[in-house]
Design a protein around this ligand. Sequence first.
Ligand SMILES: *Cc1c(COP(=O)(O)O)cnc(C)c1O
Length: 395
Amino acid sequence: MASTVPELKPSSRLLLGPGPSMVHPRVLRAMSTPLLGHLDPEFLVIMNEVQGMLRTVFQTENPFTIAISGTGSAGMEAALVNVVEPGDKVIVCVAGVFGARLAEIVGRCGGQLVKLEVPWGQVFTLDRIEEALRKEGRVRAVAIVHAETSTGAQQPLDGLGKLCRDHGALLVVDAVTSLGGVPVEVDRNGIDVCYSGTQKCLSCPPGLAPLTFSPRALELVRARKHKVQSWYLDVSMIADYWADGKRAYHHTAPISMVYALRESLRLVLEEGLEPRFARHRRHSAAVMAGLAELGCTPNAAEGHRLPSLNCVRTPEGVNDEAPIRKALLADHGIEIGGGLGPLVGKIWRIGLMGESSRQEHVLAVLAALEQALARTGRAVAPGAAVSAALKTYAR
Ligand SMILES: *Cc1c(COP(=O)(O)O)cnc(C)c1O
C-alpha cells in the first residue's frame, strides 16, 4: 500500500539564522555512510579521531574531550550536573537567554545560585566577577557564556581562568556559538569545562555537543559526595566509554552523527583555525557595513561584537519586523533570526557561522533585505547595502 505521506522534499534554504548553519555536502555524504556497530574496532578508531580533532579545535590537551549525544543544551547540562553538587555555590553570569539557561540548570542541580547580571548586549568585566568571588567565599564554579547568541555579544575571557583558579573555583564556559568560528583557546584561557554544539560554527547538523573537562575538573567530579543526578550525562561513566582501551558500554553512540562530526572537523582543520577565524571576521565586517546602509545599528557593545552572529537593531520606523523575515523566507528562501525575550521585535540576528559565512551569502541576504524593506514603502536605495559590503571586501 502506498504511503499517504509524500516523499521528503524540503525547500532549499539559505540558513543565516542563529543555527543550524549550512552543512557542507561532504558532511551530508558522511551521514549516509553505512553503519558500524558502536563497539566495532573500526568505530573505536573513528571515536579516537574525533577526540583528537576536537582537542585541536578546542585548543586543549585535555584527555577528556568528547562529544555528548545531544544538542548544545545537553552539553550545557552535562557541564553543570557533573560539576555542581547540592548546596554548592555557583556564580552564573547572565547577559542573555543562554546565561539565563545556565542559571536555570544550576537551580535544578540544587546549587546555590549567585546570579550576576548586565544589560543584554553588554559583557562582564573581570573586576565585577572578582568582586563577586571575594564576597561569596567558597564558590564551586563560575559559569559564563562566551558567545551570547541572543544578543550578539562576545564575552572576553582573558584573565578569567586565573582569577577562578586563585579563588578555588572552576571556570565553565559555553562556547556553543564560538567554537570553530572564534578562538576559544581552552588551555590558554584556563577554562576547566567547555562545551559547544555541532550545528553552529562547526557546520554539522544538530545532534552532538563537544565537551572537554580539565584534569582538575574531572578530579573534582570523581571526588563527588553525591552521585550525579543524571545517569545519561554522568561523565565518569561516559569517560569510561570514550577511554581508549576501556570502551565500557554506556549508551549507543549516534553513529551517523559521529561520522558527520568527523567530516566537519576534517573540514575545519583543512581550512586551518586562524584562516577560519579571519573568514568569520571578514564576512561579518561586510554584512555589518551593508546593514548600516539599511539603517540597522549594532546591538552589542562596541568592541564586543560576535563575528559569527551579527545582531542589529531593526531600522528606525520598522514597527513590525516579523513580516520582513517572513518575506525573506518565502520570497528568497533565506532564514534569519529575530529577537528573543526583551529583544523580541527589536533585533535581527544574522548568523554567518561555518559554511554560512561566505561572500555570496552576505550579498544575497543584503539584497533580499533591501527588497523586502523597499516593499514596505521605505526609501531604500537599490544596491546600496550590497555595494557597501562589496566596498568592504575590496579593502
Ligand atoms: C544554541 C545555543 C545553545 C543551545 O544549543 P541547542 O543545540 O539549541 O541545544 C546553548 N548556548 C548557546 C550560547 C547557544 O547559542
